[in-house]
Design a protein around this ligand. Sequence first.
Ligand code: GLY
Length: 564
Amino acid sequence: MKKFLACTIIAFLLVNCKKAVKEDTQQRGVITKSAMVVSAREEASKIGTDILKKGGNAFDAMVATELALAVSFPFAGNIGGGGFMVYRKANGELGSIDYREKAPLSASKDMFLDESGNVIPNKSTLGAMAIGVPGTVAGVFAVHEKLGSLPIETILEPVIALAYKGVVVTKKQEERIQYYQSYFNKVNKDSIVFNKPWKENDTIKYPALARTLERLLTHGKDGFYKGEVARVLAKFIQENGGIITEEDFAKYEVKWRNPIVFEYDDLKIISMAPPSSGGVCLAQIMKMIEPFDLHEFGHNTLKTIQVITEAERRAYADRSYYLGDPDFIKIPLDTLLSHTYVTKRMRDFEENKATRSSDVSHGNIQIIESDETTHYSIIDQFGNAISATTTLNGAYGSKLYCSELGFFLNNEMDDFSSKPGVPNMFGVTGGEANSIAPEKRMLSSMTPTIVEKNGKLLMSVGTPGGSTIITSVLQTILNVHEFNMSMQEAVNAPRFHHQWLPDEIRMEPNLFNATTIKNLQNLGYSINEKDSPVIGKVDGILVLKDKSLEGGADYRGDDTAVGF
Ligand code: GLY
């Protein structure tokens, strides 16, 4: 008995020492005591934090950060796009808002097909036909009205000042602008501000955008959706071959939606519901992998990658078949998220070989999504948390820039399935759920997520990355929960992705163990290290044991955590 007790004590000490060593050696991100904003640009994180310092709450800071990203990160930040925000108030109340773009009133199912029924190249990605009716301005005003606390002037003024003062070009931005200049030339009739040979440390000023934002000071959301701006914008879009009208702007409305909420071990995960596929897919994957001891398998080991890959394969097959705008189609959410269903989905998983995607039923549309979106997370000094992901879809959206108003317009119409696929084995046509219809919202992968542990706020997290968003959010949560990483380590860790079709595991190049890759190949997995030099740019905030906050700002971008 004594011997048993001694062994138990030694084992306890060993485990705890190991844990202590692990914590000591953790590479931490920025740590603050009370509040934090993490976003793709320091300017936006600072403006959001300043709003918190003025006594504003996370919702005020959300409005400021979203609009500051529209100024400082035109690559994806926007007022010409849309997004989703999930929140958890300090009292535990949960909610989410959908400010996703909508198809214009005169949109039609076949609008991107030629007479032979083939997809017309670039029509849904480049130029005016690709634009969905933007939702961002309506989104931030709805959040402010329902949940904000500071006067809107206090929130907008620093953003407008930033647009007048200008934003310094970073090295990464210089490279991006250079890369996309030929597209700007192709799409825009006249030269735009981004046609100049901008270099790192130059300052780009945005007076036209500042004036557009000033209209919001006086007219609120109507300063965008009605009157002069709507008139100029509709005319501009139509002159460039698009179909959006003033009526489309006037009719735009946000939707408050119940988030997807599910449990994984002792975590409660709160994420975005359709028309984003994020929450549903994340829930399905996490429910499928829950029975496996990933902690025991180890981070990015053969077994861990295999189990996650097989769950992703199955969830993404369902995604393309079942998911779309819930206001237009019936989604069997209860079934898709039920224990019985997800358990059945994983029943044919075999440890000694890869499942083939052709053997996984449902859906026959390959997901081709652009990678360019942006995410920010905020936790305020009162304990409110928000997680918001916003997008123009592609890099600089449709590349169509309205110089008079100072912003890019999205190419979100490409997130619809332009051509739903052939009937599946059940005779039902996959992708139909996400076909185009007037005023319908296109399916998204954006996965703004909040995590609770034992009833308390643990994390706010999200990322850009198109279809890889869901799997990047997944891995970041697992890195903290299963593999004891700090927030920054969880964000930095190499990522992989499988989305059913194409049937391959995409991996960030040269970051995975060569033997693990070989062993995966031996099991029949196809590995692609070429197409995704970067998978996601995750930003997150972790509540530490002493209640201080740790930011994880992705080194893959110019992302920055700021707080106090
Ligand atoms: N446009 C990217 C997404 O909505 O997922």
